[in-house]
Design a protein around this ligand. Structure first.
Ligand code: SF4
Ligand code: SF4
Length: 207
């Protein structure tokens, strides 16, 4: 992979600052009564695909190269382990789930430079089905009593107005448009001097 230029890094850093200030920090604050995210909670980094674009993985690698040698070795070992698992299970990339190799001792070793999907994770969000119809998605950890579980009906498998009203929480549970398609839109990022580039599961960047 070619290195990022100074302009690309600065443009991407500015973009991250803007999406935090204008969207993410506000959304997480609004939804705080429904969220259980805290240091040391890492279920969401233990089984996933972590789709990332070229610029995101390069930005992560910048952070990794500044970590101490032992930590870097551990990450490289984790990457090789996931690659071996992928080869031995022979799963297509859409069906292969794994622990993120950057997760060390239940903590993200590249936190400051983590990808967009890591920054948005935890909130309810919209996604589009095959026919382009919007539907909302609840983070998987609702099933283990974490995010949104205080307003989640386990029989109906959805968040309900009834449970929200009973909860006494003022702000309703809300789903946001956090699709990578929207957040990596070329028209926005070009003005900042960078493009996200190809998006693929994290491990594919090392194969
Ligand atoms: S999204 Fe869920 S699993 Fe991940 S940190 Fe938040 S509460 Fe924990
Ligand atoms: S990069 Fe960090 S936050 Fe993102 S999935 Fe990996 S360990 Fe979790």
């Amino acid at each position: 992979m070619t290195e990022l230029s100074k302009e690309q890094i600065e443009g991407y850093q500015l973009y991250l600052k803007l999406i935090h200030e204008r969207m993410l920090d506000k959304f997480f604050a609004e939804q705080a009564p429904y969220l259980c995210c805290k240091d040391g909670c890492s279920h969401c980094c233990r089984k996933g695909q972590y789709p990332m674009s070229e610029i995101e993985i390069k930005f992560i690698m910048i952070k990794m190269s500044a970590l101490n040698q032992n930590i870097q070795k551990q990450i490289l070992y984790n990457i090789q382990k996931v690659i071996k698992e992928k080869i031995s299970t022979n799963q297509p990339k859409e069906k292969f789930f794994y622990q993120c190799p950057f997760l060390l001792n239940d903590s993200c070793s590249v936190y400051e430079n983590r990808a967009i999907i890591c920054r948005t994770h935890g909130l309810m969000f919209f996604t589009e089905d095959k026919d382009g119809k919007e539907k909302y998605k609840i983070p998987y950890c609702v099933n283990i009593g974490l995010n949104y579980s205080n307003v989640y009906d386990t029989t109906l498998k959805t968040v309900t107005d009834e449970l929200w009203k009973k909860s006494g929480i003022k702000t309703p549970p809300q789903a946001y448009n956090l699709s990578l398609k929207t957040l990596t839109n070329k028209n926005i990022t070009q003005e900042l001097g960078f493009e996200f580039g190809e998006i693929k599961p994290l491990i594919e960047w090392f194969m």
